[in-house]
Design a protein around this ligand. Structure first.
Ligand SMILES: [Zn+2]
Length: 217
């Protein structure tokens, strides 16, 4: 880094996760030895709503981090923020713009990078938790069951048809093989060299006999 004065860092924080952001920020500051979290927050952290310009100060961030579920009677501002809304009643902004002014002993860039990683892991865990129970009884699950039953029915019907039409079933029924009785077959070449006659026995039925079993294969 150069010797130039550090510039304030700023970032947009989704109001849906602003309470979690405040908690992680305070926790990260408290982990640093020799740093008083409230002093750092007072000196270096403030935020504002880009729509209504409502301003949030370090003390507010600490209070938001400290209270799990702020009651609307004691602090309507914190209550609305914890619910994911702008602190100003009626404002529909979805995020706040946070600014981190330089504070001696605090490396905002490193601290915010660690914060992002922690919040990302939290969001991922929450998404996995939300998705798991929904998958078991969902409509796609029932549809898959119906498709499986339908496919099984089709297979059974195909097997039944196969058996009825005399198909082979391995180890249960071998297909019968037939060969023509040589005595009833025309001699080789005979049919091509001799003029065609229509003998009386043209329609004589040929006899077939079952071929001997072909033995082990
Ligand atoms: Zn606002």
């Amino acid at each position: 880094m150069s010797d130039a004065a550090p510039v304030p860092l700023s970032r947009s924080v989704d109001l849906q996760s602003v309470a979690a952001f405040a908690r992680e920020l305070v926790a990260a500051l408290r982990q640093r030895p020799g740093v008083e979290a409230l002093n750092v927050l007072r000196a270096g952290v403030h935020a504002h709503c880009p729509q209504c310009q409502f301003r949030l100060f370090g003390e507010d961030v600490l209070a938001l981090a400290a209270s799990q579920a702020p009651a609307p009677e004691t602090s309507p501002k914190l209550h609305r923020l914890a619910q994911g809304y702008c602190a100003r009643q009626g404002c529909e902004s979805r995020f706040y713009e946070f600014t981190f002014d330089p504070v001696p002993g605090v490396d905002w860039e490193t601290l915010l990078a660690a914060l992002d990683a922690a919040l990302g892991a939290q969001a991922e865990a929450a998404a996995t938790e939300a998705a798991a129970p929904a998958a078991t009884a969902s409509a796609p699950g029932r549809t898959r069951l119906r498709v499986a039953v339908g496919l099984a029915l089709i297979v059974v019907l195909l097997v039944v048809r196969h058996v009825l039409t005399g198909g082979a079933i391995p180890w249960i029924r071998e297909p019968r093989r037939f060969t023509a009785d040589p005595a009833t077959m025309p001699k080789l070449g005979q049919t091509n060299t001799e003029p065609f006659r229509a003998p009386a026995d043209t329609n004589r039925p040929r006899t077939f006999r079952a071929a001997p079993p072909s033995g082990p294969r």
